[in-house]
Design a protein around this ligand. Sequence first.
Ligand SMILES: [Zn+2]
Length: 319
Amino acid sequence: MFNRDNKKKITFERFLTGEYARDYITQDTPYEEQVRRAAEKIREADCVLLGAGAGMSTAAGAQYGGEYFEKNFAEFQKAYGKGPYMQDMYSAGFYPYPDEESKWGYWSHMALLAGVDLDVTPLHRTLLEAVAGKKLFLLTTNVDHQFEKAGLPAEQIFATQGSYRRIQCRRGCHAVTYDAVELFRQMERERRDARIPTELVPRCPICGGPMTMNLRSDNYFVQDADWYAAEDRFSAFVNECADRKTVLLEVGVGFNTPTIIRFPFEKLCREHRNLSLVRLSRSKAIVPASLGARAVGINADMAQSITDLSVLLREKKPE
Ligand SMILES: [Zn+2]
């Protein structure tokens, strides 16, 4: 049982877990009833810890493959062939680009389209409206800044996996990241046949080596001072809200990196009886049976479920 005296501060490291629930169920309650229960939990809560994964951007309209890729990345398909890589933005990131000019030719274009200039904020805004008035914090694996663009202050966001706006030393030789938006725009203007001019290739100001996107993909990922400051604010929020009526509202988190949001949310909920879990996903909203009525898992098109939730929450509380 939770005991204030030997309470251990919940740090991000302690929050993370690889422990998965062994009692997942798909709740078979009708959709309308599920949305009503979720709205009720949020309405009664003081705090909302929002956890957002890739499914949120997709539900909001972000596109990464198919016709969108064909249309916007034809230059790269022409240079490298379609093969297994040039199919969507994610796969194309793994192409073995022959040199730095080619690597940055692709990544600057991708970072602009998938992050810097991406605008799928209406659904993000609807979600923020649904939780208006609550003490709110966002934990996200998304690197596309869409909640920030939708109006959530940066101080209330912990984006653990990096940013499409920033670059770092490839070897992580120093703990600083650099805003690269203007550089990306210049690369975009001057790119020819999928390559950028050599003079635009960024070099690490400390070791002189190559640089890379500030995206977590290996052990060289740089967590800079802003990252640690966000971690501190996240930790403070969780420790405060663990004692209060709090909803863990999870949107679009699948099983790609479940150890950052999905599993920790379940664990936090198991350990604190005043917490409840609302999980929205197109198809992966299974929830631990042991959480009983404290968990609501809604498998549905999230553009729909978020909109429906928002409508219910803006109505006056039924007497
Ligand atoms: Zn370096």
